[in-house]
Structures are given as structure tokens and as C-alpha cells.
Write a protein that binds this ligand. Structure first.
Ligand SMILES: [Fe+2]
Length: 224
């Protein structure tokens, strides 16, 4: 079966709609989201609605938990903090309850999902280095684990297990502004990271109109 795995939507509805449209042509059997549905861009409510309607297995990201008041986000940078504060004003209790109920990790017979690391999922550590990836792979019980959080696609292996960072739908940071998603074929074991162009200008204008920090709009153009 073909699985769709994606992460870090960050309230970017234009990017999410474009990815889901691309996925409709991919003949995927299941959908998985590796967290951070909200934060940064201007459509938290619509993005939550879309993910809920998708019947998508979803784990929480640090921005989801911050918007649901489950973590102290005073350590976030000033722009991320401003975005969480604004996001909280946009969400009603049912959406906050949905975010609160998202698990820190997901595991079945085939795959594991965690936003940051398996070492301390609740701390949302970033995995950039091989050594950090190796510690999560040591804790992984399935042949493949998908992560997000850094907003840059990456792949690591250890002892026959694979760790795949699927990049970001709504705020890529690998100097490619196109939305990212992953297709995992459980029969062949193939992992493909794909990119699609979306209406960045429209997402930018919504961020600016909402009064969110301007940098959150302009960084979308660079994918940085
Ligand atoms: Fe994120």
C-alpha cells in the first residue's frame, strides 16, 4: 500500500490544499501527519478542519501543543510566540480540544511517527545530526520512523532501520519554497519526497492582512 506522510503545515491552507490535491492523484491508502498543523500562517481553523476530515493519523507538534496551552512556549522565538498568541485567538474549544488530544507518538506494525525525537517526544528535540538520529533509531521498533520539526527533508539509517524527515508542507526551510510531502510504499519500501508549487502570494497576503509578523510571510518566498 502507498502511504502519504507529511508534516509542519503551520496553518498554510494554500500549501495544504495543493498537497492534498496532488495526493488525490497518488492513489494512497492512508494519510499520516507528523505534527504542527498550526502556527505561523493565517488559517489554523481551516487547516485543522481539513486534517480532521481527511481521516489522517496525526501526532502533535510543539506549535499544536503551544496553541492548546499544553506547553510553556516562552522559549519560542519572538515571531513564533506572536504566531502562537494570534493562533490562540482564532481557535475555539473544539479545535483546542482536538489539538490537546493528539498523541506524542504513533506506532503500528509498520511505521512510527514522532514530531521531534523518540528519546524525549515531549521535549520536541530537533534531529539534524547523525548521532541524534541514531539515538532515535535505537528506540524505534519498526523498520521506518517518520519525523518533521526541522522543516527540511532528511534521511538516516542505522541497523537496517530508517529515519525519514518528510520536510514541511507550509513553511519549508531547505531553500526550496515548494510544499513537501512523502510517499512511502510499504510493499517496495520506497520513500519519495515530492515537492509541489502552491500559491505562495495568497498565503503571504493572508499573513500580512492578519497582522502576523511580516517575516513569516516573506520567508515563504525563499523557503527559509
Ligand atoms: Fe514546525
Amino acid at each position: 500500500m502507498r502511504y502519504a506522510v507529511f508534516s509542519d503545515i503551520h496553518s498554510n491552507l494554500e500549501a495544504l490544499e495543493t498537497v492534498l490535491e496532488a495526493l488525490r492523484k497518488e492513489e494512497v491508502g492512508r494519510y499520516f501527519c507528523v505534527g504542527d498543523i498550526v502556527g505561523y500562517a493565517a488559517d489554523p481553523k481551516a487547516c485543522i478542519k481539513m486534517i480532521r476530515e481527511l481521516d489522517c493519523v496525526t501526532v502533535c507538534g510543539n506549535h499544536d501543543w503551544a496553541a492548546a496551552d499544553l506547553i510553556d512556549y516562552s522559549y519560542f522565538n519572538v515571531y513564533a510566540r506572536a504566531a502562537v498568541d494570534w493562533t490562540k485567538t482564532q481557535l475555539d474549544d473544539p479545535e483546542k480540544d482536538y489539538l490537546k488530544a493528539l498523541p506524542l507518538k504513533y506506532e503500528d506494525e509498520e511505521i512510527t511517527l514522532v514530531h521531534g525525537s523518540l528519546e524525549r517526544p515531549e521535549e520536541f528535540d530537533y534531529i539534524f545530526a547523525e548521532a541524534d538520529a541514531a539515538r532515535t533509531l535505537d528506540l524505534c521498533r519498526t523498520k521506518i520512523c517518520f519525523i518533521g520539526h526541522t522543516h527540511s527533508p532528511a534521511r538516516f539509517t542505522k541497523g537496517g532501520r530508517r529515519l525519514v524527515n518528510v520536510g514541511s508542507v507550509g513553511q519549508p526551510r531547505d531553500n526550496d519554497p515548494r510544499a513537501a510531502y512523502c510517499i512511502y510504499d510499504t510493499d517496495t519500501g520506497t520513500v519519495e519526497i515530492k515537492r509541489v508549487k502552491y500559491d505562495i502570494r495568497k498565503a503571504m497576503n493572508k499573513i500580512l492582512d492578519a497582522g502576523l509578523p511580516e517575516i513569516l510571510a516573506y520567508r515563504l518566498l525563499e523557503g527559509s
